[in-house]
Design a protein around this ligand. Structure first.
Ligand SMILES: [Zn+2]
Length: 58
């Protein structure tokens, strides 16, 4: 699994959507503990969502 797979799951979680079946929440959280890049990406994504109200266009 690559960081891009986890980031897809992170953005889904921030949007309140279901996680992709390939990325169980426990696996995602374990990756976030290990991967500083994805932690930074999640923070940026949350900040962006607060600013725009949504992370992705429908
Ligand atoms: Zn990562």
């Amino acid at each position: 699994m690559e960081c891009s797979d986890f980031r897809t799951a992170i953005s889904a979680r921030i949007d309140g959507e279901a996680l992709p079946p390939a990325v169980p929440v426990g696996v995602l959280d374990a990756h976030l503990r290990e991967c500083a890049d994805c932690r930074a990406w999640e923070q940026a994504a949350r900040r962006l969502r607060r600013l725009t109200g949504r992370l992705r266009e429908p």
